[in-house]
Write a protein that binds this ligand. Structure first.
Ligand SMILES: [Zn+2]
Length: 324
């Protein structure tokens, strides 16, 4: 736990950890901006905006001032934003609308700082709390479909470290939106255990010793191999719809035919849990197998379904082996 971070402390610690920051507007405006006062703070949540085109002052104006009132989400949409060139903007020190509903399982882990966060990400439980009142929110302004730039990565490691130091937290107070709620997958192409390791290592090395916070080649490779996961979490829902269509088709078949497709349901059901390449590869093989069976059966209904399966299979193959 910590008392709410003040702008004064945020600036002192950002200077200490060499964060290249600016105030979005006047200090008085930044201090007073937000939905209400924080009573406590337990951690700092990292997000992506989902777009590379938001590097402008106007985009910060959207995040900090305009918000999305038409969707019932008034500004500010985060406390701090970060550009792809590494520049950071402080916009709101009071409660922002960034986290929304999420898991108290995650909150307990973050609050107690007793989870295995340097080796894995947290899997959130059901949404049963509101995170806005207990977490600071940082928007990384990139689309998440590719890794952040090296400049953005370094500035975000430094910023998270500065906040942890100012608040007396370890790097286990750093979390992702997707660790708060299953509804979200951001920040994309950032593995949180790698981010937390870098924040931890920088905090240990100190501002002078921590000159190299860049990702290693091996870490870049790990992220490249796993980065698609974030994207696929988002596509899981759409895949479930395809699953319903396929299931309806299987149900409509005669018993003898249906037996040929029985295991497809189990395989597809694994989709939303599929978090490793081996299982996804198995799924791709299964889908290709069924596509062939459908083409062999060849009537209009099965041909359309075979097309759908082919498209789905290609999407998964691309996700497993993303273009370099
Ligand atoms: Zn988010």
């Amino acid at each position: 736990m910590a008392t709410p971070l003040t702008l004064t402390r945020l600036e002192i610690y950002s200077k200490k950890w060499k964060v290249n920051y600016k105030l979005f507007d006047s200090a008085a405006a930044v201090v007073s901006r937000g939905r209400r006062n924080f009573l406590v703070q337990y951690g700092v949540m990292n997000h992506h905006t989902g777009s590379d085109s938001g590097q402008s002052d106007d985009y910060d104006n959207f995040l900090f001032v305009r918000g999305r009132p038409e969707e019932g989400i008034p500004a500010p949409l985060c406390n701090i934003s970060g550009d792809m060139d590494g520049e950071v903007h402080f916009g709101a020190m009071r409660v922002a609308n960034h986290a929304g509903a999420g898991s108290d399982f995650t909150l307990n882990a973050i609050r107690n700082q007793n989870y295995d966060g340097y080796n894995k990400e947290l899997n959130p439980g059901p949404d049963n709390i509101n995170g806005n009142d207990v977490y600071l929110g940082i928007e990384w302004k990139y689309d998440g479909g590719q890794p952040p730039t090296p400049e953005m990565w370094e500035s975000m490691v430094r910023l998270n470290a500065a906040i942890c130091d100012a608040q007396g937290w370890t790097a286990l107070a750093v979390l992702a939106h997707r660790e708060h709620t299953e509804r979200k997958n951001d920040p994309g192409n950032v593995l949180m255990f790698i981010l937390r390791r870098h924040v931890r290592d920088l905090l240990i090395a100190g501002p002078e010793g921590g000159s190299d916070v860049a990702l290693t080649e091996q870490e870049k490779k790990d992220i490249r191999n796993a980065g698609w996961l974030a994207e696929q979490f988002g596509q899981g829902k759409q895949f479930e719809e395809d699953f319903d269509i396929i299931q309806a088709f299987v149900t409509s078949l005669s018993t003898a035919e249906a037996a040929r497709y029985a295991d497809l349901k189990d395989t597809i059901t694994q989709w939303s849990e599929a978090k490793d390449q081996a299982r996804l590869t198995e799924l791709v093989n299964k889908l290709e197998e069924h596509q062939q069976a459908l083409l062999a059966a060849s009537n209009q209904q099965t041909a359309a379904l075979a097309d759908a399966i082919q498209a789905q299979t290609l999407a998964i193959i691309n996700a497993i082996n993303p273009p370099e």
